[in-house]
Structure formats: structure tokens, C-alpha cells
Design a protein around this ligand. Structure first.
Ligand code: ST9
Ligand code: ZN
Ligand code: ZN
Length: 338
């Protein structure tokens, strides 16, 4: 028996060396990628959220133990709703998705309300949200729900963003907002407008108008109002990417979740919204009880402040339900057969 020739041994050796080099390279690349996943904690934000939550719990304790005037509680709920609609009807449906058009008085109003909600200025909010839609549940999604409930709910605001968010996010067109003077004015003046509208004015009104204690007003009308609104918003990124039905597309993470829809003034019909993001209702049905934001836009349209409201035909919805739905929609063939 003859052994392998010197040439074939050399070739085998070269192949093994090459394979090792490839494996090493893959290993090094994987290590680098894993390092990207490591959370680089932003302690300033962690401390701010710790303060907010302790103070908000204290505000809730004051509210439920009768230490707050009833007017202050009503005021906090009212301001929570109107500021939230600056996010839903404003930052989300108008500016992020261009689902309808609005005349300047409505745009100014929505920008003021969105400032009161302090969820970053409109430009930044919309950039993150467009990136979320374009790269949903990948590393380029700022609040990638694949990284778990905590990350998609609040964790993403306490760590540096994944490098894919910057790299892929750069492909998102923001030129429409750059041409909008209201959005750019808010961006420029945000550090003055936001503390005034989100914290100082809401704390001052109950003190000035009905003599509420200043500290109670701070905890209830500013901090608790703000923190509860944040959590209701974040549920759309977390709960409505985990729990609920997928009547329009079972292949995506976003779900329809009625509890979230009620809490987030109509933004919990998230499976529908990811499939038809241009619909001004962000839902198939315009039911106001689970979609207060649609009521506001319809009211504005009736008074000439909003126009070109975009929606989706029943036929298109039905086709999509039957093609990709999970069978939970009353119109789906699967539901009708059972
Ligand atoms: C908050 C936002 O809570 C909540 C959003 C929720 C969205 C929900 C959506 C669901 C639908 C609507 C539902 C509404 C329901 C409402 C109902 C209410 C009842 N693309 O960010 P930086 C680049 S905010 C492209 O600092 P770091 C860019 O060049 C709460 N590029 O990254 C940028 O520079 P610049 C209060 C991007 O250093 C640069 O990177 N706010 C993108 O990793 C640096 O950006 C906070 O807590 C992109 N997407 O820091 C503050 N992103 O801006 C939280 C970035 O100059 N934020 N670039 O152009 C921070 O502190 C930081 O952003 C960080 C990351 C630490 C989180
Ligand atoms: Zn989503
Ligand atoms: Zn959206």
C-alpha cells in the first residue's frame, strides 16, 4: 500500500489551515457581534427612571389615600389624555406615517401636546419609529421585542443603541420633517419647552387655580401623570409585540391587544397597524371607545383642521386576512368554517 503523496499531504494541510482560519474568523466575528449585544448602561437615565418610579408610586399613594384634591386628580387624567394624543394623533399618525394632513393650528396644538408628553422631540421620536417599522424585531429596531419584554418596554432607553440602529437607520428618509417648520422649531427649543410643558406648567396650574399643595401637585399632576403615560405608551412596544391575536398577519411579531388599545388611546391594534401603517385610525374599526385618537382626528376633519385621511378598503383587508391571518378575525375563512 502506498501512502499519500507529498503533494496531496501539502494540499490537505493547506485546506485544514484554511478551514481553521475561516473558523477563527467566524469565531472572532461572532465574538465582536456578541460584544455589540452587551448592554452599555446609561446610568443618568437609570437614575432618572428610578426617581420617576419612586416619585410616581408616592403620587399614587397620595391619590389613593385622599390626600389630593379631586380636581387635581381629574386634571392629571385630563392632561395625560391630551398629551398622549400629541403622541398618537401627532407624532405617530400625522408625522411618522403621514396618515392624514393637518392645517397649522392643529399641527401647533399637537406639537405642544407631544412636548408635554416628553417622549423625545418629534424628529427623534419619528426617526426611531420609522426605523422600528422598517426593521421590526431585528437588531436595527431601537426597541427590538426579540430582546425581551423589559428591553422593548423600558430597557432600550437605559442603554446605548445597537450599532445596526445607527447604520441601517441612516437609510430612513426624514426630509419631510426637515421641511416642517413646526417640527424643526420644537427640535431647536425642546430643552426649554419640554420642562415647561411636561413638568412646570402642569404642577403650577392646580396650585394657582384651586390652591393645591405645591409638592402634591408636583407628584400627582407632573410625575405620576407623566410616568403612567410613559408606561401606557411602552406597552405598545412590549405587550403588543408579545400577547394578543394576529388577525391580519401571523408571520409578524406585532399583535392586536385590546387592553393596550384602551390604555394607549387606540394604538394597541398593532398587528393591523404594522400591516397597514398608513391607515389614520391605526386600526380596522373606528370604534372611539378603544380609539380616542381617531375621535380627535375625525373631529378635526369635521372642522376643516385635518384632511386627506387615508384608510384601507374592506376588500383589501379581507384578502389579507385570508392570505396571512391567524384565523382569529371573524372574516377569516378558518373562523367561518368552524
Ligand atoms: C420615550 C419614547 O419614552 C417612547 C417611544 C415609544 C414609541 C411607541 C410607538 C408605538 C406606536 C405609538 C403609540 C403611542 C401611544 C401613546 C399612548 C399614551 C397613553 N435612526 O439616541 P442616541 C443616530 S422617551 C438613525 O443618543 P445612544 C443619530 O445620528 C422617554 N440614526 O443614541 C443620533 O444623533 P442625533 C424620555 C439614529 O447614544 C446618534 O445616533 N426620554 C437613530 O445610543 C445618537 O443617538 C429618554 O428617556 C435612528 N433611529 O443613546 C431619553 N437613533 O440625535 C432616552 C440614533 O444628534 N434617550 N441615531 O441625530 C437617550 O438617552 C438615548 O437615546 C439612549 C441611546 C441612551 C437611549
Ligand atoms: Zn411595533
Ligand atoms: Zn407606527
Amino acid at each position: 500500500m502506498t501512502g499519500p503523496s507529498g503533494a496531496s499531504l501539502l494540499l490537505a494541510n493547506t485546506t485544514i489551515t484554511k478551514k481553521l482560519e475561516d473558523d477563527d474568523l467566524a469565531y472572532v466575528q461572532q465574538r465582536a457581534k456578541n460584544r455589540d449585544y452587551e448592554w452599555q448602561v446609561v446610568w443618568r437615565n437609570v437614575l432618572a427612571f428610578v426617581y420617576l418610579h419612586i416619585a410616581a408610586l408616592y403620587g399614587l399613594y397620595l391619590s389613593f389615600t385622599g390626600k389630593v384634591q379631586f380636581g387635581t386628580i381629574l386634571f392629571a387624567i385630563f392632561f395625560a389624555c391630551i398629551s398622549a394624543m400629541g403622541v398618537t394623533a401627532g407624532a405617530h399618525r400625522l408625522w411618522a406615517h403621514k396618515a392624514y394632513k393637518a392645517r397649522w393650528p392643529l399641527r401647533v396644538y399637537l406639537a405642544l401636546m407631544q412636548t408635554m408628553a416628553f417622549q423625545n422631540h418629534i424628529y427623534e421620536w419619528v426617526r426611531d419609529h420609522r426605523v422600528h417599522h422598517k426593521f421590526t424585531e431585528t437588531d436595527a429596531d431601537p426597541h427590538n421585542a426579540k430582546r425581551g419584554f423589559f428591553f422593548s418596554h423600558i430597557g432600550w432607553l437605559m442603554v446605548r443603541k445597537h450599532k445596526d440602529v445607527f447604520e441601517k437607520g441612516a437609510s430612513v428618509d426624514m426630509s419631510d420633517l426637515e421641511k416642517d417648520p413646526i417640527v424643526m422649531f420644537q427640535k431647536k427649543t425642546y430643552l426649554v419647552l419640554m420642562p415647561l410643558l411636561c413638568f412646570i406648567i402642569p404642577a403650577w396650574i392646580p396650585v394657582y387655580c384651586w390652591g393645591e399643595n405645591a409638592w402634591i401637585s408636583w407628584y400627582v399632576a407632573s410625575i405620576t401623570r407623566y410616568t403612567v403615560t410613559l408606561h401606557f405608551t411602552w406597552l405598545v412596544n412590549s405587550a403588543a409585540h408579545i400577547w394578543g391575536n394576529r388577525p391580519y398577519d401571523k408571520n409578524i411579531g406585532a399583535t392586536d391587544n385590546k387592553t393596550v388599545a384602551i390604555c394607549a388611546l387606540g394604538e394597541g391594534w398593532h398587528n393591523y397597524h404594522h400591516v397597514f401603517p398608513w391607515d389614520y385610525k391605526a386600526a380596522e374599526l373606528g370604534n372611539y371607545s378603544t380609539n380616542l385618537s381617531t375621535a380627535l382626528i375625525d373631529w378635526a376633519a369635521k372642522h376643516g383642521l385635518a384632511y386627506d385621511l387615508k384608510t384601507v378598503s374592506a376588500d383589501m383587508i379581507r384578502k389579507r386576512i385570508n392570505r396571512t391571518g391567524d384565523g382569529s378575525h371573524p372574516w377569516s375563512k378558518a373562523s367561518l368554517e368552524t
